[in-house]
Design a protein around this ligand. Structure first.
Ligand SMILES: Cc1cc2nc3c(=O)[nH]c(=O)nc-3n(C[C@H](O)[C@H](O)[C@H](O)COP(=O)(O)O)c2cc1C
Length: 366
């Protein structure tokens, strides 16, 4: 089998907060501790995963009573692996750009450039209140995030960085050492108008919640048209919760059990807080704006991407998301270690086969 020309990339959510990736009392063998996570990272890099994404959470919320910090945890995973790239979540507000730039440049130097960042703009108002951080309106959060990203890039690439923004200011700042190549990639989460416009101006990657290929296609067309007009290039990552089993019935039964055992108060609490995301934007659209109760049982609408079934079904649906414009699939699982390994063994090779077949069909048609 030949190697596909533009293989879709795979990332997994690092379970660095407790409770896994679903708000459910279903039995989960996933653990948030470091030994479990080191082993998971090693399994993932041996199984065809290129990236791992850590989460940032400062306080308990919705089945996540314990949370390890994202930058420190990312470095621990990098130290335990050799090729995996780890994306550390950064939240403007608690992080200033100068501290983030310095931390990430150091980790980049220590790990041959395997660190990336995910700039998250915030949805959890209760968390900001708990830690004494001012809470900005929806679009103001994105204005701040954009200045944050421009500052990171400026500090990383310019010898005498000067910047006069509304949120951050720098004068002739020369940070050394600079990151070595490859420069840290900048991901962002969020899908409101403000999030998309920011992606089309400054981000390397746009991460969005799970959705159907049709809905993903609409977002991609919108962002890529704007990015082109800005002379900017941005790649797309789509969230999905994967349940791969020998039969479709088995996979669907697991989904039903996750939802049947959902913790209704915790899901409702989460639903109340995420109203501060897409719904709070001027247009009322964006992440979680249309999520049902069942969608919210998975933190980022991961059931909607429908990677639930046999390896064959899942591989075909991944190609559907790729056709809709996805460059990367971000995956959550119930029992991470076992399921990442299963996915690497049974799903990724099928995806590669389908991609290679596509390539040969295209060449034959030329
Ligand atoms: C893949 C992905 C990862 C995210 N990770 C975090 C995180 O670790 N911590 C956090 O507070 N918010 C996280 N978010 C939330 C977003 O940064 C953003 O605040 C939220 O999606 C609101 O989006 P909106 O633009 O649609 O309102 C994540 C979002 C996505 C899509």
């Amino acid at each position: 089998m030949s190697t596909p020309s533009n293989p879709i990339k795979f990332a997994y959510w690092v379970p660095n907060v407790s409770g896994g990736l679903v708000i459910s009392n279903i039995e989960q063998r996933t653990s948030w501790d470091i030994n479990y996570n080191r082993k998971l990272a090693q399994i993932a890099e041996a199984s065809g995963f290129e990236y791992a994404l850590t989460q940032i959470r400062f306080t308990a919320g919705y089945g996540a009573d314990n949370q390890h910090e994202s930058v420190a945890f990312s470095h621990a995973l990098l130290a335990a692996t050799t090729s995996l790239k780890v994306i550390a979540a950064l939240l403007p507000g608690p992080w200033t750009p100068v501290l983030a730039a310095k931390q990430i440049a150091t980790i980049n130097n220590l790990t041959s450039g395997r660190i990336a960042v995910n700039v998250v703009s915030g949805w959890f108002r209760g968390e900001f209140q708990a830690i004494g951080e001012p809470w900005l309106d929806h679009d103001e959060r994105y204005r701040r995030s954009e200045e944050f990203i421009r500052s990171l890039r400026g500090i990383w690439t310019e010898d005498s960085f000067t910047f006069a923004g509304d949120f951050y200011r720098f004068r002739d700042y020369s940070m050394k050492p600079k990151p070595i190549d490859p420069q840290p990639e900048i991901f962002q989460g969020g899908s409101s108008r403000a999030a998309r416009d920011m992606a089309a101006r400054v981000s390397d990657w746009y991460f969005t919640n799970g959705n159907t290929p049709e809905e993903i296609r609409k977002q991609v067309d919108d962002i890529q048209a704007k990015a082109e007009a800005n002379n900017h290039s941005v790649k797309i990552g789509v969230n999905a919760f994967a349940i791969a089993r020998e039969t479709e019935e088995e996979a669907k039964a697991v989904l039903d059990e996750i939802i049947a055992k959902a913790n209704p108060e915790a899901v409702q609490g989460f639903a109340d807080q995420v109203k501060n995301a897409g719904k709070a934007s001027p247009e009322g659209e964006g992440n979680w704006a249309k999520s049902s109760f069942a969608d919210l049982v998975q933190y980022n609408d991961g059931f909607r991407s429908n990677l639930i079934g046999t390896p064959e079904q899942i591989a075909e649906r991944i190609i559907g998301l790729k056709d809709a414009g996805a460059d990367l699939i971000l995956l959550g699982f119930l029992h991470f270690q076992e399921e990442v390994e299963f996915f690497g063994k049974h799903v990724i090779p099928l995806v590669r086969k389908l991609e290679a077949e596509r390539d040969s069909t295209l060449i034959a048609a030329e």
